[in-house]
Design a protein around this ligand. Structure first.
Ligand code: GLY
Length: 394
């Protein structure tokens, strides 16, 4: 049995990436089905919503930093268009981030990263402890200084999911609440997907946006199977009651060599994150990681003691071998990868969606003659085979 007849596109996975692609694709006139048992409730739900091209830029990841910087610049327009389409807010905030060093040795580490960021042209300014505390009065007196990161912003990830679901439904995206068991490929062409209930969705193109599960999908030839792995992260949702002081903007901290972040919301909520653990597809929440997060966050912002714990959530980041996303065509005609976004799924969603919709439209790449920001992040960088949909190697 098939669902709904032939579609232009079936998107495997309804996280931030799959939903953004579905919305942009339906807006471009394509018929779209999204298959996910619970759209928006995977790692997207656990995320904090940081849009952090600078804080996330690591030594040796210059290409990824450039992509991430382009992505944060796309966010204001994406947020405005999504709010208009959905009729509801996403709470995008362009108020920057403060990176704080807990002690002198953390300060030495933030200085090294600052030098790297400045060397590759990212906006970052060293601040003394007093300047940090003037900027953010809730910081502990004992911090060792910090760095102002004016290009690192935030959005409410859950509001964004709500808006994307609304915009997709308004646009006519069909949602199928099931798991994809295999991608159907016939004569080197993707023809749709099979679901766990035995039904099919037939489509002219299949977009794999299944996050950390993308590599475990049935039916993918080894040459195009994306090398993603799950990297667990636990976040904690806190709430400031009436009269409890609130952070002004996002604070990231290095405390005795461990990282944490505190992302304040418009309504007094605050997201504290996040652990980084490689434990396969295990979503449990060990006490040790939580205890470290609480200890580090309280050391930097003692007022957290007055906040209530509302929720702990774990999610699985889709990690790739070089920490970069895996976005583009594969050697299977009609099979497009949009996965491996690792720590930057929220940030990269707008650019990824536009890239994928461009590829779906042309079958061979965006009609925009300027080089794609994803050139260094194509699926075939992990494979010796380099071909395109059009059946040529050129
Ligand atoms: N982007 C933050 C995290 O992955 O924890």
């Amino acid at each position: 049995m098939t669902h709904t007849g032939q579609r232009d596109v079936v998107v495997v996975g309804g996280g931030i990436i799959g939903l953004a692609i579905a919305w942009r694709a339906v807006s471009a006139g394509l018929s779209v089905t999204v298959v996910d048992p619970d759209p928006g409730r995977g790692s997207t739900w656990a995320a904090a919503g940081m849009l952090a091209p600078v804080a996330e830029a690591q030594f040796g990841e210059e290409s990824l930093a450039a992509l991430n910087l382009a992505a944060v610049r796309a966010w204001p327009g994406f947020a405005a268009a999504l709010e208009a389409a959905a009729g509801q807010p996403v709470h995008f905030r362009a108020d920057g981030t403060l990176l704080v060093a807990g002690d002198p040795s953390d300060r030495a580490a933030t200085d090294r990263v600052l030098a790297f960021h400045q060397a590759i042209g990212l906006a970052a300014e060293r601040l003394g402890a007093r300047a940090c505390r003037e900027s953010e009065p809730l910081l502990a007196p004992g911090i060792s200084g910090g760095v102002d990161l004016p290009d690192d912003h935030q959005v409410d990830n859950r509001s964004t999911v709500g808006a994307l679901l609304a915009a997709c439904e308004t646009g006519g995206v069909l949602f199928v609440s099931d798991e994809v068991t295999r991608v159907d490929i016939r004569d080197d062409r993707a023809t749709g997907v099979e679901l766990s209930d035995g039904t099919r969705v037939d489509a002219g193109a299949v977009v794999v946006a299944a996050g950390s599960r993308s590599g475990a999908l049935g039916g993918l030839p080894e040459a195009v199977r994306p090398p993603v792995r799950p990297v667990r992260g636990v976040t904690v949702r806190l709430q400031a009651g009436p009269g409890i002081p609130r952070l002004r903007r996002t604070v990231r901290a290095l405390v005795h060599g461990r990282t944490c972040y505190l992302v304040p919301r418009h309504d007094g909520g605050l997201v504290l994150g996040a652990t980084m653990e490689e434990r396969g597809f295990d979503l449990s929440i060990p006490l040790g990681g939580l205890a470290d997060l609480f200890e580090d966050a309280r050391r930097v912002v003692p007022a957290l003691d007055e906040y209530s714990v509302v929720e702990t959530t774990s999610g699985l980041r889709p990690g790739s071998p070089d920490n970069g996303p895996i976005v583009g065509l594969t050697e299977v005609v009609g099979l497009v990868m949009a996965t491996g976004h690792y720590r930057n799924g929220m940030l990269l969603a707008p650019l990824t969606a536009d890239e994928v919709v461009g590829l779906l439209g042309s079958g061979s790449g965006s009609s925009d003659p300027s080089p794609s920001p994803f050139e260094a992040f194509r699926p075939d960088r992990f494979s010796p085979v380099v071909t395109g949909w059009l059946g040529t190697d050129s």
